[in-house]
Design a protein around this ligand. Structure first.
Ligand code: FE2
Length: 374
């Protein structure tokens, strides 16, 4: 009797990721970036780490709003790896950190399944317990840190202190509650490879795919696949596609000098309040034109949403069979035109505003054409 076995599966099951832990930016001036995110986006600076707290060579600020945790970190010495990162990429999102039950098992599973190691499992200890961490590489110079908080009862991370942080900034409540999704731009023709990475290494599955026939204008095209952990971690991946002019994704890759995080989408339960507050705090958004709203009301006027506020605040609307979504995209938040932020309220729709991408960019291009700049 001959026993045949199917292609052997990786012997280690994919690690279980339980959710987002935090997202860390590496920047040139952490104090200024923290102040900007606090003042403009309504985050609260809740902890600081640096030489004063026993952390050498870098300064970090923890910012929180709802369940969202951002960390902005700058290097303090010329030889800092953070400065090398900033020199190549400008300010950017370097670490997309996930909560896990076991940082060592997760790391070993990821490595067994082909991940490139960045930080072998290590521990940080203080009087509040032990924080266990490890990390692996993803696209570009971005990494995923696995954070095991089971034996740590401190506030965030050893080395971070709640003392000496800047006073809370005044301003209207924004009301961002969660990380909805985090989008990465990857190299042309490598989208499928990165999708396989998230499937094979992280145990993610595909949620959606769009190609250039769905997300393109005459001038800018992209392909996109959304992978997720089946729960709260949702990560669309884009690659440039051929268009008449350079794809906006290729422009990002050229500007960031490689693949990286394109945008962070933060979910709110009240987009009218959120956008109203953000506008009053001085945040600048990509603006749709009147033609966008005329077309929108023709197509979606039946939706029971606050149309007057939506048009007044320039909020974008998309609709799918399972519901609608309301969203808006900021201008880039870094000096190089790379990373931007999306604000989204979901009314049942699980998509990402594909209808708006086309409509918004076409409306921008129509304006450009009217000015003779296209
Ligand atoms: Fe998005």
């Amino acid at each position: 009797m001959t026993i045949t076995s199917p292609t052997p599966a990786p012997s280690t099951p994919a690690a279980r990721l339980t959710g987002w832990d935090s997202i860390e930016f590496w920047v040139g001036n952490a104090r200024a970036m923290a102040g900007f995110l606090a003042g403009s986006f309504g985050f609260t600076i809740t902890a600081y780490a640096g030489p004063e707290t026993g952390v050498e060579g870098k300064a970090s600020y923890l910012l929180e709003q709802g369940n969202i945790r951002l960390v902005v970190t700058a290097g303090l010495t010329p030889e800092s790896e953070i400065w090398n990162h900033v020199r190549r990429h400008g300010d950017g999102a370097h670490d997309l950190a996930f909560l896990v039950d076991d940082a060592t098992a997760t790391y070993e599973a990821a490595i067994a399944r082909g991940a490139r190691p960045v930080d072998e499992p290590y521990e940080l200890t203080d009087e509040h317990g032990v924080l266990r961490l490890s990390s692996v590489a993803t696209y570009g110079e971005t990494k995923h840190t696995f954070v095991d908080r089971r034996d740590y009862r401190g506030y965030y991370c050893p080395g971070f202190s709640r003392h000496g942080i800047p006073p809370r900034q005044a301003g209207p409540t924004v009301g961002l509650v969660d990380i909805d999704h985090v989008v990465g731009n990857v190299e042309e023709h490598r989208l499928d490879e990165w999708v396989s990475f998230y499937e094979d290494v992280m145990g993610f599955t595909q949620l959606r795919h769009f190609d250039e026939s769905q997300i393109s204008t005459e001038f800018s095209a992209l392909r996109s696949t959304v992978v997720w952990n089946g729960s709260t971690i949702v990560m669309p991946l884009n690659e440039p596609a051929e268009g008449k002019h350079k794809s906006q994704i290729q422009e990002y890759i050229d500007t960031y000098r490689g693949p990286g995080v394109q945008h962070l989408a933060f979910r709110t339960d009240d987009v009218v309040q959120a956008i109203g507050s953000l506008r009053s705090r001085g945040v600048r958004f990509l603006e749709a034109n009147d033609a966008y709203y005329e077309d929108l009301i023709d197509r979606l006027g039946f939706l029971d949403i606050p149309w007057d506020d939506i048009r007044r605040l320039g909020i974008l609307v998309d609709h799918e069979p399972d519901g609608h979504l309301l969203q808006l995209f900021t201008e880039p938040v870094t000096d190089r035109p790379t990373v931007f932020i999306e604000i989204i309220e979901r009314g049942g729709a699980r998509g990402f505003g594909e209808g708006n991408f086309k409509a918004l960019f076409e409306s921008i291009e129509a304006e450009q054409a009217r000015r003779g700049n296209l």
